[in-house]
Design a protein around this ligand. Sequence first.
Ligand SMILES: [Fe+2]
Ligand SMILES: [Fe+2]
Length: 171
Amino acid sequence: MVSERLINALNDQYNFELYSAHIYIAMAAYFEEQDLEGFANFFKVQEQEERFHASKFYTYIAEKNGRIKVEGIPTPENEYDSILDVFKKALEHEHKVTARIYNLMNIAMEEKEHATVSFLKWFVDEQTEEEATFNKIIKKLERIKDDPNGIYMLDAELAQRVFTPPVNTNA
Ligand SMILES: [Fe+2]
Ligand SMILES: [Fe+2]
């Protein structure tokens, strides 16, 4: 049985994933206004990913007979200084998420809750990918600086991103 403490912590993360989705769609909207459709697309896909993460927590909590509690979502930041500012803040947010996933894993390990440890492993790996994705784009942006051609090319590249839910997951 999963303890109430662990169910509550998983439920917190369910709500935090929805908050992440909220942040990323606000970032998409920022790019939409600037007609940077590729950047907007990147964050729209990112929003879908976060909703997918939330649904994984939802399904898992329900499977373990826990009660899901949906909470209010805080207002995200809507204004940013630059393209780079957006990506730096996104990476900062992902660092927070990683720390939260590690904390959840610590609780699950402490309670010897093997099923939850196994469930959370997917998220540990996912966070490595999330951080790498944002780091890579930050590096490109730092190289491009304000070169309009570089921005145009990166926008075209990010327009290609599509959401593909991973197979073999228990969402
Ligand atoms: Fe996430
Ligand atoms: Fe994420």
